[in-house]
Design a protein. Sequence first.
Length: 116
Amino acid sequence: MENLKERTFRFSNSMISFVELIPERKASSVVSFQLLKSATSVGANYRAAKRARSNKEFISKINIVLEEVDETLYWLEIIKEQKWIEGDVLGTLLKESDELTAIFTKTLITMNQKSK
């Protein structure tokens, strides 16, 4: 399985490239900014989680990662609904967001069970 540190880094960079494709409008500028913030936070917060000093701190930081990837998914769904970009690139990013959400959800479930 691919290293999650590398995968989340690649995810952030893919989002940066993707945002450059979105046509500039007032609304799309706001959504693009929010998307960049949440998507790039996924990898940054995952790195912070890997440096956690305790299971409790790790769980807390992974919760942040999960919130950020879920927010990223939300902004991608807005872009899809607005039809600012359609096609394979958007579909690939939606799929990756879903997969990362599932991975971090499972991680939290596992860690919470270990903590009990």
